[in-house]
Write a protein that binds this ligand. Structure first.
Ligand SMILES: Cc1ncc(COP(=O)(O)O)c(C=O)c1O
Length: 393
């Protein structure tokens, strides 16, 4: 049996390329801004997670350049050994204060931050996840030695029915996205906290899409609901609002200390680069000192969500700058993406199995720096594509 047979037999991507319908790995030749260039052609960017538009900010760039000048381009080792910088410790304190937790720990990617969940889940523990949780949460729980349970997306009745059947003596962790990355809805944290009081479990929230978007000055989901004390672990990434790359976990000091000495995705991987670390620090400063960015992001969100709904598109349960536009089966979704792309609009198609069969989506994400003129152009392109494919009348 040839182990690589599956690779040689994998033809789907080539088929899509042959039909000119392959949407992935598009090589962008410019900054991650509201407008990008691909193969020399300008496109409006409505598919970026740079919610506050800070990846192109001069101050953020300068902070990264200065950090390279001072610390070099890499740390050549793990935090555990030779790879800890004073800059890392300063940022950890800053992040802990920002999300109002005792302590924080940096990881080189958000994905690795979630893989550290594994360290918390012993053989007799149970981890319970929302069916729409991010892949990195799923993988983090799989790497743990405990039992994994799932509940229906943001459905607290479904969670309760899972909880009722579990051994009350066992340690339990419920992990949810704060803002769900495909649906764009916000976790029902008040109800989750009610269940926590009734059944006794710990809560971890992945705030990848919530930091810089909800809560005071973008502090995230727990702050948004005024329930920071009830949330045991807050996880965040730097690859979205914070204009960089990396991630963090914030919690009580003993939890952070335990992770520092047990999380394999921290200990056995090189630490976050000086440039990435410094960029986050400056992005955080800007986020706090320029709250008008978050206001603008929400203004843009309302404009596009209402615009799409007025045109007759189904945008599901979205409440945030992530707006899924239901397209339908795989072919229609790819056709929709293709028409939009050809007409100069960059958006992300989401296909089964990431979504249920016949529920393909075009995922729109907004930035604070989009102008109304750009957004109106995007809506016009959606209208034309939706009519051409019969998705709207
Ligand atoms: C909800 C969520 N969690 C975690 C991650 C992983 O973060 P990163 O891309 O910074 O590794 C992502 C990014 O796609 C995400 O959307």
């Amino acid at each position: 049996m040839n182990l690589f047979e599956k690779c040689y037999n994998f033809k789907e991507a080539d088929q899509a390329k042959a039909e000119n319908l392959y949407p992935y790995f598009q090589p962008i030749e410019t900054e991650q801004d509201t407008e990008v260039k691909i193969k020399g052609k300008k496109l409006l960017m409505l598919g970026s997670n740079s919610y506050l538009g800070l990846t192109t900010d001069k101050r953020v760039k300068k902070a990264s350049i200065d950090a390279i000048e001072k610390y070099g381009t890499g740390n050549a080792g793990s935090r555990f050994l030779n790879g800890t910088l004073d800059l890392h410790i300063i940022l950890e304190k800053r992040l802990a204060g920002f999300v109002r937790k005792d302590a924080a720990l940096l990881f080189s990617t958000g994905f690795q931050a979630n893989l550290s969940i594994a360290a918390l889940i012993d053989k007799d523990d149970i981890v319970i996840i929302d069916k729409s949780d991010h892949a990195s949460i799923v993988d983090g729980t799989r790497l743990g030695f405990g039992t994994i349970k799932r509940f229906k997306h943001n459905d607290m009745l479904s969670l309760e029915s899972v909880l009722k059947r579990l051994d009350p003596q066992k340690g339990k962790l419920v992990v949810v996205d704060g803002v769900f990355s495909m649906e764009g809805d916000i976790v029902n944290l008040p109800k989750l906290v009610e269940l926590k009081r009734k059944y006794g479990f710990k809560i971890m929230i992945d705030d990848a899409h919530a930091i810089g978007v909800i809560g005071e000055n973008g502090r995230g989901t727990a702050d948004h609901f005024g329930l920071t004390d009830q949330v045991d672990i807050i996880m965040g990434t730097f690859s979205k609002s914070l204009a960089s790359l990396g991630g963090f976990i914030a919690s009580d000091k003993p939890i952070i200390d335990y992770l520092k000495h047990h999380a394999r995705s921290l200990i056995f991987s090189a630490s976050i680069t000086p440039a990435s670390t410094a960029a986050v620090m400056t992005a955080l400063d800007i986020m706090e000192s320029e709250p008008e960015r978050i206001e603008k992001l929400w203004d843009n969100t309302g404009f596009v969500r209402n615009g799409l709904r007025d045109l007759g598109f189904d945008t599901g349960s979205s409440e945030t700058p992530i707006i899924p536009v239901l397209a339908g089966d795989m072919e229609t979704t790819l056709m929709m993406w293709k028409i939009l792309f050809t007409n100069g609009l960059f958006v992300n198609p989401v296909l089964p199995p990431a979504v249920p069969p016949n529920s393909g989506l075009i995922r729109v994400s907004l930035m604070a720096t989009h102008t109304k003129n750009q957004l109106q152009q995007a809506l016009d392109k959606f209208e034309a594509a939706g009519k051409q494919l019969g998705i709207i009348k």
